[in-house]
Design a protein around this ligand. Structure first.
Ligand SMILES: *Cc1c(COP(=O)(O)O)cnc(C)c1O
Length: 351
């Protein structure tokens, strides 16, 4: 007999995007301007205690800063080892016999595996259908509805009124709506402030993108205290390191405006890159995130991504995106990097 009785794990695989080293990596939407200097400063000042002692049980320093930055009570803030961990813990918290998750597709690639490791099915509703009729996401009575806003990989953000419509349909007794706002810093639109008052809304955020802290693994979520409590129970104590809690809080305070400046430049470059792609008949989806999704050159995103990699630039391939077909997702960064990317693209196009 197998010591691993989880038959449902059998066809799960490890997350394995192409992470081979490359000169310019624009494949994972991390911050191409670097990291928040306030976080780096705190880490450089590390003491032996920072490593030898256990951290706070539930990352109170980080929660206090989230509370201050967003004007929400501390008991409305859950944290996690990256927002991936927050999503995973939230999925686990809503589990019950026969429970399933619904989501608008295409979206964040980890939603399906996280549902499955938590013994749930993830049911996809095509984005255009979900946008037209949000009730489609509630069909069959899911335990949780996952919505990514702005959405990865398209970059598009569902309108705020659409989210409100969905929340109205859910009411006080429907499924939990998990709004993944990993890219909200680049969109200038967030529902974080409203989440504490809504018993069925949890808004997840990360410091991995706008704050440049993907390596530190800091995520958090804001919701009603009773929702947050369940997520914290599901996730368990000690998941945020001592340095993570304090460096993350320092970054989130953004006292020197580093994050705000990087985001402003990113938004400017997003527009400029979008125009450059359109001029090459590769018009991207309208993005409010720090990346652009544009149609494949050859019809095969995988082949294009390999060709670009051979030219020293990594992007992420997606196959069969509705309305676009095979497509490539490129992270927006400082303009010299965008020029390197465009040069590589032009070499591949004219081969
Ligand atoms: C990058 C990303 C995350 C987050 O990641 P962590 O690094 O785990 O905080 C979450 N959701 C989406 C949609 C993302 O693209």
């Amino acid at each position: 007999m197998s010591p691993f009785p989880r038959h449902d794990f059998r066809d799960l695989t490890l997350y394995a995007p192409d992470r081979r080293p490359v000169a310019v990596d624009l494949s994972d939407n991390t911050n191409q301007w670097g990291t928040h200097p306030a976080a780096l400063e705190r880490i450089r000042a590390a003491t032996a205690d920072d490593l030898a002692r256990y951290p706070e049980l539930y990352a109170d320093k980080l929660r206090d800063q989230v509370s201050e930055t967003f004007g929400v009570p501390r008991e409305c803030v859950a944290t996690g080892c990256g927002s991936d961990d927050v999503l995973d813990s939230t999925f686990r918290a809503v589990w019950g016999a026969g429970a399933f998750i619904s989501f608008a597709a295409p979206t964040f690639s980890l939603v399906e595996p996280f549902a499955r490791v938590n013994a749930m099915e993830a049911r996809a509703v095509p984005w255009p259908d979900a946008l037209e009729e949000p009730e489609r996401l509630l069909e069959g009575g899911p335990a949780l509805v996952y919505v990514c806003r702005p959405n990865n990989p398209t970059g598009e953000a569902a309108p705020e009124f659409w989210v409100r419509q969905l929340l109205d349909l859910v009411g006080e007794a429907g499924p939990l709506v998990l709004l993944d706002e990993a890219y909200a810093d680049f969109a200038g639109s967030t529902l974080v402030a409203e989440a504490p008052a809504h018993p069925r809304l949890l808004v997840a955020r990360t410091l991995s993108k706008a704050y440049g802290l993907a390596g530190l693994r800091i995520g958090f979520a804001v919701g009603a205290p009773e929702t947050v409590l369940e997520v914290e129970k599901s996730r368990g104590p000690y998941k945020i390191t001592r340095l993570g809690s304090e460096a993350g809080a320092a970054a989130l305070a953004d006292a020197d405006g580093w994050m705000a400046a990087a985001v402003a430049e990113c938004i400017e470059n997003r527009q400029r890159l979008s125009e450059e792609l359109a001029a090459r008949s590769l018009t991207p989806a309208r993005s409010r995130a720090n990346f652009l999704l544009f149609p494949s050159l050859s019809g095969s995103a995988r082949i294009d991504a390999l060709a670009l990699r051979a030219e020293g630039v990594a992007v992420r391939p997606f196959s069969e995106v509705p309305g676009m077909g095979d497509a490539l997702r490129v992270t927006v960064g400082p303009w010299p990097l965008m020029e390197t990317f465009l040069d590589a693209l032009d070499r591949v196009r004219t081969r």
